[in-house]
Design a protein around this ligand. Structure first.
Ligand code: AKG
Ligand code: FE2
Length: 319
């Protein structure tokens, strides 16, 4: 399908090479974004099932990345910094308000809206000893789906990229929902999956969590299996992570069999795109419409990304 290149002032939007969804955007200056460019970005996002790749020929500063994040929604705190947002309060810190915690991070020079992902120390950029699992594969997932209102958009900005490995895969769950066999759609339309919060996508147990005896006992939040995305009208499969997932109300063996069937469908190669990074790029995706994963990284090489996300909304079930 040949889509024309669209122009919004100096910004160009073209189809994402090698993908059946998504768009590539060039020529944007984040600190001088025009109203027409904002509209162009949001139109491209709707046409592209929620995946946008921005090319820059320089690395962004923090304000530029926050300005880009704000196009998609209200900036959300980075996971793991504020109690209740990917982090449990430590004993004795339950009384801290969000403002207290933000002030404490700022006092240490830490931006609470910015996450660092990588195997380097964020300011010196020296390669650090990192758990082996960091370098392995990160399973298909949507971000923080184990809470009631998961962040809607995530943005990654590539600062240091290894020569090999570390590609980020994306899988269109709008295409997966469109291609879902009708009998399977009918079967899962009223069902919910409980999204486990025990493990991060790299297989590491989250701080303060214990391994549950069975997925039925896992701690997490249940969401409808097919959701409607209000901003585009699309339906999307919403599976979260395969590890420790559980279809509520079913015996464990039936839940496992149904999840295996759903995951085999949802991750078919024709719904996937694997992004090979270059320094300076920003990739933005809508977690309501897209699964993502990361391929293993060569342990001897540095990889460093900045990451932001936007505030979430309750999941709207498909009708
Ligand atoms: O490092 C990556 O490529 C992806 C990491 C990830 O899953 C995320 O940032 O949400
Ligand atoms: Fe993720």
């Amino acid at each position: 399908m040949d889509q024309p290149i669209k122009k919004y002032d100096d910004m160009l939007v073209s189809p994402l090479g090698g993908a059946r969804f998504g768009a590539e955007i060039t020529g944007l200056k984040p600190s001088e974004m025009t109203a027409a460019q904002r509209t162009g970005i949001l139109d491209a996002y709707k046409d592209g099932h929620g995946l946008l790749c921005f090319q820059f020929n320089h690395m962004l500063d923090v304000e530029e990345l926050h300005a880009m994040t704000a196009v998609f929604g209200e900036n959300e705190f980075a996971p793991g910094l504020i109690n209740g947002i990917g982090k449990k309060a430590l004993p004795g810190e339950e009384h801290l308000t969000v403002d207290d915690q933000v002030a404490a991070h700022r006092a240490k020079g830490r931006d609470p809206y910015l996450a660092y992902i990588g195997n380097v120390e964020p300011t010196t950029l020296q390669v650090e000893k990192t758990p082996d699992k960091f370098f392995g594969e990160w399973e298909w997932h949507t971000d923080m789906s184990y809470i009631p209102t998961p962040p809607t958009f995530s943005l990654l900005h590539a600062r240091i990229i290894p020569d090999d490995g570390g590609d980020t895969g994306f899988c269109s769950q709008v295409m997966a929902a469109k291609g879902l066999p009708e009998d399977l759609r009918r079967k899962v339309l009223s069902l919910k999956i409980k999204h486990d919060s025990t493990y991060a996508s790299n297989g590491i147990i989250r701080p303060g969590m214990e391994v549950p005896a069975s997925p039925i006992d896992a701690i997490g939040h249940a969401h409808p299996i097919i959701r409607t995305v209000p901003s585009t009208g699309d339906e999307a499969l919403y599976l979260g992570r395969r590890t420790n997932a559980y279809v509520e109300g079913l015996p464990l063996d039936e839940s496992e069999a149904l999840l295996d069937e759903l995951w085999a469908h949802a991750t078919k190669p024709e719904f996937q795109y694997h992004h090979k990074w270059s320094v300076g790029q920003v990739v933005a995706w809508d977690n309501r419409m897209m699964l993502h994963m990361r391929s293993p990284v060569d342990t001897s090489q540095a990889r460093f990304m900045w990451r932001t996300q936007t505030k979430g909304e309750g999941v709207v079930p498909a009708a």
